[in-house]
Design a binder for this molecule. Structure first.
Ligand SMILES: NC(=O)c1ccc[n+]([C@@H]2O[C@H](COP(=O)([O-])OP(=O)(O)OC[C@H]3O[C@@H](n4cnc5c(N)ncnc54)[C@H](OP(=O)(O)O)[C@@H]3O)[C@@H](O)[C@H]2O)c1
Length: 183
């Protein structure tokens, strides 16, 4: 697939590397923005509070399939929306999914060490299923469907529980491997 990744940090850069290793063609876009007209899927991986500004700098989003990986740590979604993912949908009018926001980027290079494929949640629209599940499997995860796009708000809020698990040092191996400030 031709994949555009908006955000070149831990998540965007890391997922771009994993996808490239799986044979996909990558367009890596930073805060300066760019054009995603050619992309079959756009992954958004910018700080949660910058989503509006980040999309302002991206051309060719109309109708695109988008996978939103952002978390909202200490910030609300854009006004009038209950999640960043639903806001993304309003900007693109294309198939939209929320995924990759719960797993730690610092463990991307250790996914293969797990005794079984780590699960990775996604919720969103049926039209995005094929693409988001393929991105997950090609990155080494087993995608777990978590409902419609209306559940994106819950999936974004779920990160608070993950922080709680890590801070309580009660989490499974993968969560214990990375401190919350890396998420
Ligand atoms: N780190 C994790 O383990 C993890 C896991 C799941 C989800 N998340 C979420 O994924 C998102 C990205 O996290 P990250 O750890 O990859 O962050 P990061 O390493 O700080 O990277 C953020 C990227 O977004 C770009 N950016 C910053 N402000 C921007 C703006 N106003 N417009 C456009 N691009 C902008 C940055 O550009 P520059 O390179 O130019 O600064 C950078 O490429 C966040 O929402 C985070 O909560 C993180």
């Amino acid at each position: 697939m031709r994949i555009a990744v908006v955000g070149r940090g831990n998540v965007g850069g890391g997922l771009a590397d994993l996808s490239e290793q799986a044979g996909h063609e990558l367009n890596r876009i930073g805060r300066e923005g760019g054009d995603v007209s050619d992309a079959e899927v756009v992954v958004v991986a910018v700080p949660g509070g910058t989503i509006s500004q980040a999309l302002d700098n991206v051309d060719g989003l109309e109708g695109k399939t988008v996978v939103d990986a952002t978390n909202r740590v200490g910030v609300e979604p854009p006004e009038g929306f209950s999640s960043n993912a639903e806001y993304v949908k309003s900007r693109t009018n294309g198939p939209t999914a929320k995924s990759f926001n719960i797993n730690f980027a610092s463990l991307y290079d250790r996914i293969g060490e797990a005794s079984s494929r780590p699960s990775n949640l996604w919720c969103g629209e049926e039209e995005a299923r094929q693409v988001v599940e393929r991105l997950n499997r090609d990155a080494g995860y087993e995608p777990v469907y978590a409902g419609t796009l209306e559940n994106a708000s819950a999936q974004e809020d779920f990160i608070k529980l993950v922080f709680g698990i890590v801070q309580g040092d009660m989490g499974p191996f993968l969560y214990r491997m990375a401190p919350p400030d890396r998420l």
